[in-house]
Design a protein around this ligand. Structure first.
Ligand code: R5P
Length: 284
């Protein structure tokens, strides 16, 4: 096996290669004068399996880059896996409006022609598996997030910011050996909504909010503000993919979140949890 790093995935690729005691390729990344992407794998590749690790942080570039890397090595390997811990375009998983693409389906078709397997961590919705004609393997980073925050909160309640995130709350609560719930939005009047746990009471309790993605931070910031009003003590917001667009972090801390924790599926200021072991388990 050889690990081929994407241009913005060097550290994660190194960690995976090092822990597996396999080689990591030396790759040259450049731009042509017209800004097209140039890659060149400088090692002589002669392995059964090449694993391209691409965090897809800089989505459009990373996608093209991994397609080019695969082509560069295709003749010298039997199989190529794409490890995309954060799978770009996965949130456009249906046609929300007429005339839109199902973006992840379009990409899955391309990936299925190029790669032999795609490995990712906590994609937004797992039903996207159906778009792939190759094995699509999913890892779960939520237990690692929960381990990281375990000693930072006192007997917390674990909350998903919506019903869809209840599954993450359940996994984290198992690690923390505590209760979990999700936040329900109730319209009180035409101008007022209330966000509160469906059944549990946060008054006087520490809270862990856990989600797959924090993007603009709007979902978690609104939840944290309301939980504070309901008497919550310390709040930690944990997510697998800290996409954190614009002033998301400021929004979160301003709303009363004590700490924001993410993983290195998407490298950011709060990527405190390393998921290389999750990838390694899936590769083994
Ligand atoms: C939604 O279903 C997702 O799980 C996240 O809650 C959402 O993507 C977060 O987005 P934002 O941070 O922009 O509110």
């Amino acid at each position: 096996m050889i690990i081929i790093p994407g241009s913005s995935s060097q550290e994660l690729a190194y960690r995976v290669a090092n822990k597996l005691s396999v080689d990591m390729a030396r790759v040259e990344f450049k731009r042509f004068p017209d800004n097209e992407i140039y890659v060149r794998v400088l090692n002589e590749i002669n392995d059964d399996l090449a694993v391209i690790i691409s965090t897809q942080r800089d989505q459009n570039n990373s996608i093209i880059e991994s397609i080019l890397l695969a082509d560069a090595i295709r003749e010298n390997v039997k199989e190529i896996y794409l490890v995309a811990p954060y799978l770009a375009y996965a949130r456009q998983d249906k046609r929300f409006n007429p005339g839109e693409p199902i973006s992840i389906k379009a990409l899955a078709e391309i990936y299925s022609n190029i790669f032999d397997k795609v490995i990712t961590i906590n994609p937004h919705e797992e039903h996207i598996r159906e778009f792939f004609k190759i094995p699509f393997v999913v890892g779960d980073a939520v237990p690692k997030l929960a381990e990281y925050v375990k000693d930072k909160l006192d007997n917390p309640i674990v909350l998903g910011p919506d019903q869809g995130a209840l599954r993450f709350a359940k996994v984290a609560a198992e690690v923390l050996e505590t209760e979990y719930d999700y936040l329900e939005k109730t319209r009180i009047s035409p101008t007022e909504i209330k966000i509160a746990p469906k059944t549990l009471d946060v008054n006087g309790r520490d809270v862990l909010i856990v989600d797959d993605i924090i993007s603009t931070g709007g979902t978690v910031a609104t939840a944290a503000k309301m939980l504070k009003e309901q008497g919550a003590k310390d709040i930690i917001a944990a997510c697998v993919h800290p996409v954190l667009i614009g002033d998301a972090l400021n929004k979160l801390y301003y709303s009363g979140v004590k700490e924001v924790v993410g993983t290195n599926t998407f490298v950011s200021e709060v990527s405190k949890v390393d998921i290389s072991d999750v990838i390694i388990d899936l590769l083994r």
